[in-house]
Ligand binder design. Structure first.
Ligand code: ZN
Length: 531
């Protein structure tokens, strides 16, 4: 049986940019649009061409790129009241954007028309119909029915009339919006069905769904709409957006492409790029990844605990709902004291030590020794990888620290400026190099001094950055003074990795974690040590 295609409509660049703390530059928008196109997203909403110069420039510049089968859509409102569509500046800007698709949003809810817009119910219908008619001469028009579900509950007859006005004007898709994000899946299914019945005499019109996530149901609501016949799903990558966000297209695509039967998305391809697409958008938006995010999160396929890991190695289906590689993610085995040898073997998979019982025992002994000092390798995969290399004998240092000193304090008692400075001497190949740097705090000063001195030798470090820094006080259980555990998370364009340092001294613990993070990066990129 052939699968029914469901078209994916991305609004990361418009609705997503409404999210708290999200702001995209023109270049960010272009880069994200190109990634979305590479992944095979069907429609890419670029923004409001009228609202600002940045969006106007976006529509001009994106035309110079080959987007494969993806279509760019410009977004705008229906014409203003008592003005002809062809004279309205917003309408003109939409046409001037020259995008193959135009999405125009109109009011569904009678209360919104009369109280918010201050127009009669008839005038609102005319605004919808005439706007769509004018735009449909120039592009494929998608009509976004704002507040459709709330509007339908308040006045079903009028809500259907607004859709019919858009259909009469020539809109090809009716995207029903759960703008307040509070509907339940069964309500979405029932009301969407009614909307379809109300437009039965427009067989050329198809339906879309646009859900917000205020009840944590945006993905479930989108799928419920697909079940009753909707063929376009709107949302954003990672669900970013105003308030609690939009439907997360990553989960929508994952569920439609891999779980629900009878549908195809992204032309059956592109799913294996979901993890990199998700991370690219987080990075570009300057947002933290969500480790527990379904399908693409770092913890989505992470396992801990000996028995369980043993089972994973035997049959991954026992603890994983899908093969992580289908969405471009990977299985991670977390190392902890409790989990024993099967974890070590699983994590060390890429080091080919499965059959070497002696090396396994050495690694286990080293893990236990370090855990007794307060180390914890669960979030320090980078340091653990280096530990194995050291035990196996495949670790080749790219540099060795000779000494360092950090000074922190006030420059003068009057000014109360806190000042930090790090002085560092390291050996790289056969050279001893010396550097000093200032920073925001002692760890930042040390990090800066280390990178500055290494960069001329290892330019690969340029695209590495600090993602997170955490400090815990640990009681090592041996009855001695409590130590400090520092976890650093670093990242580059491809992945993030954790490293760890433990010491009675917070600066020393931080320095250990910093050194591991740099060595891990150089090892993973197979950089030859400088001589
Ligand atoms: Zn929205």
């Amino acid at each position: 049986m052939s699968k029914k295609p469901i078209f994916i409509y991305d609004t990361t660049l418009r609705d997503g940019s409404q999210g708290e703390g999200v702001s995209f530059s023109l270049n960010d928008k272009l880069q994200i649009a190109l990634r979305l196109a590479e992944t095979g997203i069907d429609f890419i909403e670029g923004g409001y061409p009228l609202s600002n110069e940045k969006d106007e420039a976006f529509f001009k510049q994106i035309r110079e790129h080959d987007l494969g089968g993806s279509q760019i859509c410009a977004f705008g409102m229906t014409r203003r009241r008592s003005m002809k569509a062809q004279d309205d500046p917003g309408m003109k800007a939409l046409v001037a954007a020259k995008s193959p698709g135009i999405t125009v949003v109109g009011k569904t809810w009678d209360f919104h028309a009369t109280e918010v817009l201050g127009v009669s119910l008839e005038e609102n219908l005319a605004m919808i119909g005439e706007s769509v008619e004018f735009l449909a001469e120039n592009a494929h028009v998608i009509y976004d029915a704002e507040h459709f579900f709330d509007g339908f509950r308040a006045n079903p007859e009028y809500a259907i009339k607004t859709l019919r006005a858009a259909a009469a004007g020539g809109a090809k898709v009716m995207a029903l919006c759960d703008t307040n994000g509070g509907s339940l899946p069964e309500q979405i299914a029932a009301i969407t069905t009614k909307a379809m019945e109300g437009l039965q005499d427009y067989p050329g019109v198809s339906f879309g769904i646009h859900c917000h996530n205020d009840g944590e149901l945006a993905v479930a609501n989108s799928l419920a709409a697909v079940d009753v016949g909707v063929t376009q799903v709107q949302g954003t990558i990672n669900g970013i957006g105003e308030r609690c966000g939009n439907a997360d297209l990553i989960s929508v695509i994952g569920n439609l492409g891999l779980k629900k039967e009878g549908y195809s998305v992204l032309g059956g391809e592109g799913l294996s790029h979901l993890t990199e697409l998700s991370r690219f958008v987080y990075e570009t938006a300057n947002l933290q990844w969500r480790n527990g995010q379904a399908f693409v999160g770092q913890s989505a396929f992470a396992h801990k605990g000996g028995m369980h890991v043993h089972a994973i190695n035997k049959a991954s289906k026992t603890y994983e709902h899908i093969d992580p590689s289908l969405v471009g993610n990977e299985r991670r085995i977390l190392v902890s004291e409790l989990s024993g040898r099967s974890n070590i073997i699983a994590v060390a998979d890429k080091h080919s030590i499965q059959d070497d019982k002696e090396v396994q025992s050495k690694i286990l002994a080293e893990v236990v020794r370090l855990e007794n000092q307060g180390f914890q390798f669960e979030n320090a995969g980078g340091s653990f990888d280096l530990l194995i290399k050291r035990v196996v004998g495949s670790f080749t240092p790219h540099f060795s620290p000779l000494k360092y000193r950090v000074v922190a304090g006030e420059t003068s008692a009057d000014e109360r400026d806190v000042y930090s400075e790090a002085i560092l001497k390291i050996r790289i190949g056969d050279q001893d190099v010396f550097n000093a740097a200032e920073g925001h705090g002692p760890v930042n000063a040390l990090d800066t001094a280390l990178r500055e001195v290494l960069l001329p030798f290892y330019p690969q470090l340029r695209d590495m950055h600090l993602v997170d820094y955490k400090v815990r006080v640990v009681d090592n259980g041996a009855g001695t003074a409590a130590g400090t555990r520092v976890n650093i998370e670093s990242g580059d364009k491809e992945e993030t990795w954790g490293t760890i340092g433990v010491s009675d001294n917070i600066i020393e613990a931080s320095f250990q974690a910093l050194l591991d993070s740099v060595e891990y990066k150089l090892h993973k990129d197979n950089v030859t040590p400088a001589t």
